[in-house]
Ligand binder design. Sequence first.
Ligand SMILES: [Zn+2]
Length: 203
Amino acid sequence: MTSFDELVRHFERFPGIGPRQARRFVYHLLTEDPQSLRALADAIADVQAKVTECAHCFRYFARDNGNTLCEICNDANRNHELLMVVERDSDIPPIERSGIYDGYYFVLGGTVPLLEPQENIKLRGGALKGIAEMRAKEGLAEVILAFSVNPDGENTARYVGTLLKETEEKNIKISTLGRGLSTGSELEYADPETIKNALKNRT
Ligand SMILES: [Zn+2]
């Protein structure tokens, strides 16, 4: 296998990238100057050492001074009553940018596909239960489920709802984002107005 093909293989493993796009990436790299390529290679080599998962919400953050919590979980001024469960890290920036949510987050790590047997599920359900119980002692009143508006997202909401009912905390309200989000839409691509409406109309 040539180094060209090898790089194509690497890019093909990225989410949403097919063979044609992977080849375009490699052609693009061939036109870059050696300095930028070196910077890219260094950044890739460093990323796992410098970026780590937050111990509470599991989003990735830049590790410095041995911090175990990200800047959101570390911020005591956020609303302790709210915890929003999202599928992926990339769902958080658009919500933060909308500026209307000031509670905490939890990154579940994916969805529960409707047609997948439950035992294949590798999500952070156990960790979520632990965090909900911990946050309940700090005033948590509501868990907001913010999953994609599609059958898998709805199935995930059922799964998480059941999990949370197993906790000791019976007084936590469980809500889901309202239908301001159109069917099939993903949070990651939602605009601030849509997020605002979805939060306002949560049920
Ligand atoms: Zn965090």
